[in-house]
Design a binder for this molecule. Structure first.
Ligand code: BEZ
Ligand code: FE
Length: 285
């Protein structure tokens, strides 16, 4: 009763006294304290507070099975990368992780070595290969590597296109020597969806919505710590200012442009193509 500026925070925290879940209690106490500290810090007008509530409401209203505006919010405020960093304090030498993003779709088709995840897609043909090893340098066989990316011209994921037909996705398994190889189109930089409240927020903050060109990879094998990461294209102009803070030096890969001719899979290309090599390192679970 008679709560005021000086007593409200402790009163709200005290209402958790009957909470039986200790972790939930810890999280909610911290949330209340930080939220109250934030409000004390900015001293919002009632109009500003209502705008904040409207922004969060609109963010929720923009979420459906294809669009996840709250993930975009978390990503663009750097929170997703902070959660990633806290949860992947992996042993030295392990491949760096980065943001998962909102465009993963489960159930992508399995592809053979040198299978094409971008069959028929516009863009520069691209050949990516490398190995997966453990932290002692031994090849790891049977790692499922999920791959996903945009097309090579419009920079859209399949789920962003009107017909939603699957493209730019596949899952390749490492062989007995830990090798993997796939074909795709050379990734290009693209903008994260910016026609919703998060886009408005970015503009108001004086920020751009660009992500540097990348292929998403997710490596999984029983007995090993999973790795969710990207391979970024060296030289991309947005590497320094990725809208979601996902770039790490160790993930920047030389995609070497080649003239028409023999391709790394032993075939031929009549058009210029690009070749990239990247070796992953996984730690045991
Ligand atoms: C992505 O790389 O697919 C992505 C990541 C964060 C926000 C939007 C897109
Ligand atoms: Fe992406």
């Amino acid at each position: 009763m008679n709560f005021d500026e000086t007593t409200l925070t402790e009163a709200a925290v005290a209402r958790l006294s009957q909470c039986e879940d200790p972790r939930f209690k810890q999280i909610m106490s911290s949330l209340i304290r930080h939220l109250h500290a934030f409000v004390r810090d900015i001293e919002p007008t009632e109009e500003e507070w209502f705008n904040a509530i409207r922004f969060l409401t609109e963010t929720g209203q923009r979420c459906d099975d294809k669009r996840q505006e709250f993930i975009l919010l978390s990503d663009t405020l750097g929170v997703s990368m902070l959660v990633d960093a806290i949860n992947h304090r992996n042993p030295a030498g392990t491949t760096d992780t980065t943001v998962f993003g909102p465009f993963f779709v489960a159930g992508a088709p399995d592809i053979a070595q040198w299978g094409n995840i971008a069959e028929g897609l516009p863009g520069t043909p691209c050949f990516v290969s490398g190995t997966v090893r453990d932290t002692d340098g031994n090849p790891v066989e049977g790692v499922a590597i999920d791959l996903w990316q945009t097309d090579g011209i419009d920079g859209l994921y399949d789920v962003q296109t009107p017909d939603g037909k699957m493209f730019g996705r596949g899952c390749v398994k490492t062989d007995a020597q830990g090798r993997y190889a796939f074909r795709t189109v050379k990734p290009i930089s693209y903008t994260i969806p910016s026609d919703g409240p998060v886009g408005g927020m970015l503009r108001k903050m004086g920020r751009h919505p660009w992500r540097p060109a990348h292929v998403h990879t997710m490596l999984q094998r029983e007995g090993y710590r999973a790795i969710t990461t990207h391979l970024f294209v060296k030289g991309d102009p947005w590497l320094q200012s990725d809208a979601v803070f996902g770039v790490k030096d160790s993930l920047i890969v030389d995609f070497v442009d080649q003239p028409p001719g023999t391709t790394p899979d032993g075939g031929r290309s009549d058009v210029a193509f690009s070749v990239a090599h990247y070796d992953f390192t996984m730690a045991r679970a």
